[in-house]
Design a protein around this ligand. Structure first.
Ligand code: 6PG
Length: 480
């Protein structure tokens, strides 16, 4: 038994992770249900480091040095459960099973319970960065016990992306904490993508710019505080020309956005915690609407009257409006992150996780899909305590929002006037305005609730719970 780590499941992500491990001096046992895939990996990349190919799971487990560490990278759900059970049957107390897939955190909590009852460690680990990240350095978000982290730390630090020299991995917290944080990462990824898409729509339909021109705008934005992986690849996607037709490729792609569920989970969890994650929510719903093909076709047939999306504006004002869009994107992005971190804070309270938000921001600076320059500022804001209540209240971000505010309002109001849907921009602005408001119409809602359901309300001028006999002549108020 020589291998210090093993990988189970050698599809794209698993194979890349195994190669990354081997390239960084780890001795890597590899196992796949069909051995052909294992052979292919060894034939093509066996010279990249020390691999120990196993034909059976027994051989795989035997090749691992104790405490055995096996990383599972198979499809979420059933296949993951099957693999965990099979491994746990062969492993011994103290051994570590890592699930590096995109598991739903309640499943991770359940699995951790079951596996730890057998004396083994189970670590749900979020891994971000796609196939390339898995090979060249992902951002990693492990949960599980402190004890398992002691073993995993050097292994994970050897393969994680580096941001300013620091490995993009940290122990997030107990049981499902790692997968929870990865889930919120994905939710933020959804909202980032939606905000970028709305910006593109405003320029494409609104200002009539070509995809290549808009690609240049995004490339220029990538030199500002928006500097991020998603902005960078957006420029590349928009500049791509279809080889067959010579047209911009984006114009030929069917406009139905797919999703595999992590964004939806983020919103479901937020609903359970009663934390508004409006930016993420609208991003999930926008994908949903885009994919309701029949409904959209019928809406086309109905031929509703209304603005076409073309923004009526003198040409000389267009550059200023593009700058407004950039500001609106930045402000909305800050709101989405503030909401996402807020969700993590509330979940940590509910599930008893001790999560260092500054560390989360630090490990998102490299390797992952939402990696962005401004995560440096976010980690500083959490480190100093300035963002304890909300990221929006840290002076750097408060300033940024205040600077962007007028642009943000112009973008949303123009979009509404000219008929371009901007659900993520407008819901982020509504969240901000909701927070700013001295009084909210929630007072009226409390009155309605008390009217039809005697749900009681509190008063601003005296303590206690009150119920009003709304429909009686005297409209009597009584203390409930
Ligand atoms: C990552 C990505 C990764 C995957 C998403 C895509 O962090 O590397 O988030 O996990 O690309 O699952 O999600 P959708 O298919 O739902 O867009």
């Amino acid at each position: 038994a020589e291998a210090n780590v093993g990988v189970v499941g050698l599809a794209a992500m698993g194979a890349s992770l195994a190669r990354n491990l081997a390239r960084h001096g780890n001795k890597v046992a590899v196992y796949n249900r069909s051995y052909a895939r294992t052979e292919k990996l060894i034939a093509e990349h066996g010279d990249e480091g020390a691999f120990f190919p196993a034909e059976t799971m027994e051989a795989f487990v035997d090749s691992l040095a104790k405490p055995r560490t096996a990383i599972i990278m198979v499809k979420a759900g059933e296949p993951t459960d099957a693999m965990i059970d099979a491994l746990a049957d062969l492993m011994e107390p103290g051994d570590i099973i890592v699930d590096a897939g995109n598991a739903h955190f309640p499943d991770t909590i359940r699995r951790e319970k079951a596996i730890s009852a057998r004396g083994l460690h189970f670590v749900g680990c979020g891994v971000s960065g796609g196939e390339e990240g898995a090979l060249l350095g992902p951002s990693m978000m492990p949960g599980g016990t402190e004890e398992s982290w002691t073993t995993l730390k050097p292994i994970f630090e050897s393969i994680a992306a580096k941001a300013e020299g620091e490995p993009c991995v940290t122990h997030i917290g107990a049981d499902g904490a790692g997968h929870f944080v990865k889930m919120v990462h994905n939710g933020i990824e959804y909202s980032d993508m939606q905000l970028i898409a709305e910006s593109y729509d405003l320029m494409r339909r609104g200002l009539g710019m070509t995809p290549a021109e808009i690609g240049d705008v995004f490339a220029a934005w990538n030199e500002t505080e928006l500097d991020s992986y998603l902005i960078e690849i957006t420029a590349e996607v928009l500049r791509q020309v279809d080889k067959k037709t010579g047209k911009p490729l984006v114009d030929l792609i069917v406009d139905h956005a797919g999703m595999k569920g992590t964004g939806t989970w983020t919103v479901q969890a937020a609903l359970d915690l009663a934390v508004p994650v409006t930016g993420i929510g609208e991003a999930v719903f926008a994908r949903g609407l885009s994919s309701q093909g029949d409904l959209r076709e019928e809406a086309q047939r109905q031929g509703f009257d209304g603005p076409t999306g073309a923004i009526d504006m003198p040409a000389e004002d267009c550059a200023a409006f593009v700058e407004d869009i950039r500001e609106a994107l930045y402000a909305s992005k800050i709101v989405a992150y503030a909401q996402g971190f807020n969700e993590i804070t509330e979940a940590a309270k509910k599930y008893g996780w001790d999560i260092d938000l500054a560390a989360v921001a630090r490990i998102w600076r490299g390797g992952c899909i939402i990696r962005a320059k401004f995560l440096n500022r976010i980690s500083e804001a959490f480190e100093s305590g300035e963002a304890n209540v909300s990221l929006l209240f840290a002076p750097y971000f408060k300033d940024a929002i205040e600077t962007a505010q007028r642009s943000w309002r112009r973008v949303v109001s123009r979009a509404v006037a000219f008929g371009i849907p901007v659900p993520a921009f407008s819901s982020s602005l509504a969240y901000f305005d909701g927070l700013r408001s001295d009084r909210l119409p929630a007072a009226l809602i409390q009155g309605q609730r008390d009217y039809f359901g005697a749900h009681t309300y509190q008063r601003v001028d005296m303590p206690g719970a009150f119920h009003t006999l709304w429909a009686t002549e005297e409209r009597e108020e009584i203390e409930a």
